[in-house]
Design a protein around this ligand. Sequence first.
Ligand SMILES: Nc1nc2c(ncn2[C@@H]2O[C@H](COP(=O)(O)OP(=O)(O)OP(=O)(O)O)[C@@H](O)[C@H]2O)c(=O)[nH]1
Ligand SMILES: [Mg+2]
Length: 697
Amino acid sequence: MKEYQTKEVRNVVLLGATKSGKTTLAEAMLFEGKVISRMGSIEDKNTLSDSNELEKINQRSIYATPLYSEFAGSKINIIDAPGSDDFIGGAYSAFRVCESGVLVINAQQGVEVGTESFVRRAEAQKLPMIIAVNQLDADKADWDNVQNSMKETFGGKIVNVQFPNACGAAFEGVIDVLTMKYYKGGEVLDIPAEFADQAEEYREQLIEKAAEFDDALMEKYFEEGSLSEEETHSGLGKGIVSGDVYPVFCVCGKKDIGVKRLLEFIKDVAPAPAVKEDGPTSIFIYKNDVEQHLGEVSYFKVMSGTLTTGMDLEDPVSGGKDRFSAIYAVAGSKKEPVTNLHAGDFGCAVKLKNSKSSTTLAAPGSDIVYDRIQYPAPKYRCAIKAKVQQDDQKLGDALKKIASQDPTVVVEYSKELRQTILSGNGEQHINIVKWRLNNEFGLEVELFAPKVPYRETITKVASAQYRHKKQSGGAGQFGEVHLLVCPAEGELNTKFMINGKETQLNIKSQDITELEWGGKLEFYNCVVGGAIDLGFMPAILKGIKERMVEGPLTGSYARDIRVFVYDGKMHPVDSKEIAFIIAGRNAFREAFRNAGPKILEPIYNVEVMTPSEYQGAVMSDLQNRRGMLGDMGADKGFAILKARVPLAELYRYSTTLSSLTAGSATFTMEFADYQPVPGDVQSKLLADYAAQEKDED
Ligand SMILES: Nc1nc2c(ncn2[C@@H]2O[C@H](COP(=O)(O)OP(=O)(O)OP(=O)(O)O)[C@@H](O)[C@H]2O)c(=O)[nH]1
Ligand SMILES: [Mg+2]
């Protein structure tokens, strides 16, 4: 393989809705670059990109696969990202290392929710994009419909570089108004007369657009009414890099039509890596995998300098060292050994010690550390356990391994819920984890609905007193605590009715705790006349905190409570710490139960984007989940629904949403706050807890 310099490298990610044909297009790009000698297909399960066992079984991409194509002296690195929201992590890794994206649009569908959601994500990352309208050979391909939906979604950013000779079975070539040629089969022809008018019209629009981004070009365009191909490239390139232009290309990945010309445009106009070619070597690992016969493989981008075989690099964070005894250029499962990789280029190495994704490795002594990749928050959570308890440890280790390869799999043991919580991007994503646990680790597991992290609080003022007295044999125990509780909200009020008498409390000392599970506990010592020694206050507070950990209603954490200890009694000999812990705990429990206690539940902000035809179904489903509908909007032909929904009602939401909308909607969810549960839910939770307590007796 030729050694590629930085300026000869292009890094692009293929993005787009599921089944738009990204993997098939990638296969054609590799075929055009002679990386493969014949094209595989999804149906035959022999594409270079979807070569993982799971991808073959599911006939779809699950992992983002790095590939490359060699084209006219350039190396075009391509990351084929999965279209499904369940496997969105791969696209985020690619955003970090690619300078531009190819947005694949299925000509049979036009812009889909999946397309639009990728555009939003890519725009948020300021990723320049080229559009490839694909599957123009399909019976239902409809160029006009694609044009309309693109205009609706992207507005003036769209500029057609090409149009197809026809749609459906008759599609055999593309008319390119940048080169003013007709690309048909392997031939480059003059534009046939029948397309001349259409070509002129598109060309006019293209040149006008290209002139927009450069004053000198604009001037020339006004004076001469046209621009050269080179000038158009340069103007267009500026618009693409600034994210103001999405040039549109026409392809059919399956029949390899228009693909060569797309590669040529990427080479000529897509941005080259903006990296330092000289200076110390550094690389950034964006993906980590375990592969058959190879073991652990780390995929990286050279961020500066040149990586050469035999080089030693160091993780500036941990100080760990690695020798790169072999480095490879990667096209899926095909790995070609190379000697040098220059800044900007992609490669991989096997069995590194510092192998995890998001790791920086740099020349020893360097202090460069690249930011970790940020992934979107998971939106599907479930509890997981091994079918047989002896496997618990093994399950923990296996999950850790899977999570290190797929950073969108999040595993945590919740002390509060006493469950291992597995989170991911959707049910399919979680099922893949389950499949791997079964097939790769030999583990049988159970997935089930996780418990909800409820909280408890109070709504009223109440007071209580408790005397702890124990006289058995030797030394006795004695402590008596009188306290008052009220919600920790609003201004601090110290005047209360206590035993039918208006009483002004005087605060002697206080202790405000921000609770680790959210909310706070305010503790005020207002004891007068030395009824309780100051030295016993920490014991009383300790007793109260113990009860806050296991709330008096259902054993959930309690929060947002003010406690005033205003009186009590001591015994000169028998009063000791333990007595006040117990008295404090029980007085608090009693007061809490009389203070209008409430169970709180976590509420999430949910935002759904769906084609408007499903809006009604999505809304009524959200309402059935006790969702409070908020703002409703429309964006580029899709409905956007916002709702506040209790977490308790969100288990498997992604699955339901998908079946309600034929898989065409996407959503995000994010923790908002805690709110009281409705009365009927509270009664049920209290009854459940009582039953459970009985079981445990
Ligand atoms: N007619 C036609 N079918 C195509 C074309 N490209 C892909 N397909 C078919 O569309 C289906 C999906 O193709 P893929 O290449 O897997 O699509 P993808 O975008 O990679 O899908 P995900 O990996 O799930 O996101 C397969 O059945 C392909 O054979 C095309 O150009 N024309
Ligand atoms: Mg794919």
